[in-house]
Design a protein around this ligand. Sequence first.
Ligand SMILES: [Zn+2]
Length: 167
Amino acid sequence: MATQTATPRVKAPRILKVKVAKAVPAHDPIMAEFIEVVKSLRENAFTPAMLKELIEGIKKPYVDEKMLEREKREAAKTKKDMENQRILVAKAQSLCRHTYKNGGEAIATVHNFPDRQTRGQCNLCRCWIEPAHYEIGFDQIPRLVPEHPLYQRVRQIEAETSWQLVG
Ligand SMILES: [Zn+2]
């Protein structure tokens, strides 16, 4: 009840402005009850401000706090998993000898690049071996990427097998 008294008194909508006759017989209990009902309706009527507030509340998009929390947790877990995966791959590549068990070369050469420079890729650890080249970053500034430490080996493989490509 305390909350009802705290709400501001706003002019009642026109529909509730029922004129009650002044000369109401005091002994008429039905009429007295009717007056009470009308008074109550006037006091508890939905004002335009209250209706507006109600409609705005309905129009607000539904936000599921638990779902947002879950999405945040899952995103953090995905990031952590990706980082772990990156560390594992880097470790595997650093430990790889890039040769098969029988001593054969596991690095395969790749030639179809527009700069005509050969790339290499290990068939075991999938490490990508590139020569020194320029890369254009998101800021459109070309930057020189240094040669991969294993590129000398790609050069060697290329020199050993180039006779197969000629003729
Ligand atoms: Zn390898």
